[in-house]
Structures are given as structure tokens and as C-alpha cells.
Design a protein around this ligand. Structure first.
Ligand SMILES: Nc1ncnc2c1ncn2[C@@H]1O[C@H](COP(=O)(O)OP(=O)(O)OP(=O)(O)O)[C@@H](O)[C@H]1O
Ligand SMILES: [Mg+2]
Length: 166
């Protein structure tokens, strides 16, 4: 059975880290039947844990050294083996021409891992991702809602789902 959507309770930041660690092999192509790369849009209020998730994910994918939040630069990029990772944050993004001028669209053409915080600030400039990840405040923890928009996203969710349901 395939799954297009999944809701998970993340009681503390370690739970967010563990979810990111489970995503890593799906994005690097180490999981069976999945090529590397993919695009995730991260939604949630300020401090919901978007950057925390991306940091843990990049770390688990083998990124060494400092992982900065792209809040000011808009984009931080990394490379592990032959795979490119692009971490974007559109919170301060205001002018759609910025997007075109910066050539960010080229990033989406690549067979890369693209992780975007505040994608809604880019209006309709972004194509739908493989997966939307929503992080919502829930008591002291967070509620994660995953929604797939492609066959790849559905495969990710289906892979993540069963062990979470135990
Ligand atoms: N499941 C969780 N439960 C409780 N706290 C969490 C959880 N996951 C992450 N956190 C904490 O929430 C904070 C999230 O900060 P982070 O910078 O990742 O937020 P953000 O969503 O990227 O915000 P911004 O919109 O400002 O970029 C961190 O202090 C982190 O430790
Ligand atoms: Mg952030």
C-alpha cells in the first residue's frame, strides 16, 4: 500500500533529528529503488524546527563542517561525493526578479537535493516539490505532516510510514 501523507508526533528536538536521519538514505540514493536527489519544502512558524531538520539531514548525508542557516544569504550549498545539496530560506525574499537574477531556477534542474524554508514567500515561482513537510507547534513538541506531490515523494512516505506505525 502506498501513502501520500503521514502525520508524526515529534515530542522533542531529538525526534526531529531522528526523522531527518531516516530521510537521509532516501535522498542520497542509498535506499533500494530510489535515485539520489529530490526537493522538500519546509513549512512552519518561526522556530518550528525547519533549520534544525535540515541541519540534521545534511549531517546524516555526510556534510561535514559548519552548516549555516541561509536566512541572510538565501542559499547555502554543499557537495558530498557527486551529490549537490541546496538549502534555501526565502523568509526575506521580496522581489521575484531576485530569483531570476540569482539563477536559482537552474538549481531545480539539477539532480540535486533541494531543501527550501519559507517557500510560500517565493509566491508561485517554485514548482511543486516532491514533498511538503509541515512542522506545527504541539505542546512542547511538534507535529510533522508530510504530503507527497510526486511518485518519489510517495515512495519516501511509504518507506518512512510502517516503522512509525509500530
Ligand atoms: N520536535 C521538537 N520539539 C521541540 N523543540 C524542537 C523540536 N524540533 C526542533 N526543536 C527546537 O526548535 C528550534 C527550532 O529552531 P529552527 O531555527 O530550526 O526553526 P526554523 O523553523 O528554521 O525557524 P525560522 O523560520 O526562523 O527559520 C530549535 O531550538 C530546536 O532545538
Ligand atoms: Mg530556519
Amino acid at each position: 500500500m502506498t501513502h501520500d501523507t503521514l502525520t508524526l508526533t515529534l515530542p522533542d528536538e531529538e525526534a526531529t533529528t531522528r526523522l531527518a536521519e531516516r530521510f537521509a538514505p532516501l535522498l542520497t540514493g542509498q535506499a533500494p529503488g530510489m535515485g539520489p536527489g529530490g526537493r522538500i519544502h519546509l513549512h512552519g512558524d518561526l522556530g518550528a524546527g525547519k533549520t534544525h531538520f535540515v541541519r540534521a539531514l545534511l549531517r546524516a548525508c555526510g556534510v561535514a563542517g559548519r552548516i549555516k542557516s541561509p536566512s541572510y544569504a538565501l542559499l547555502e550549498s554543499y557537495k558530498v561525493s557527486s551529490l549537490y545539496f541546496y538549502h534555501l530560506d526565502f523568509y526575506r525574499f521580496s522581489d521575484s526578479r531576485e530569483w531570476v537574477d540569482a539563477g536559482f531556477r537552474d538549481i531545480l534542474q539539477d539532480n540535486a537535493v533541494v531543501l527550501i524554508e519559507w517557500p510560500e514567500k517565493a509566491g508561485n515561482l517554485l514548482p511543486p516539490p516532491d514533498l511538503d513537510l509541515h512542522l506545527d507547534y504541539c505542546g512542547d513538541g511538534r507535529l510533522a505532516t508530510l504530503d507527497a506531490h510526486s511518485a518519489k515523494g510517495t515512495l519516501w512516505i511509504t518507506t518512512l510510514a510502517p516503522s512509525q506505525q509500530k
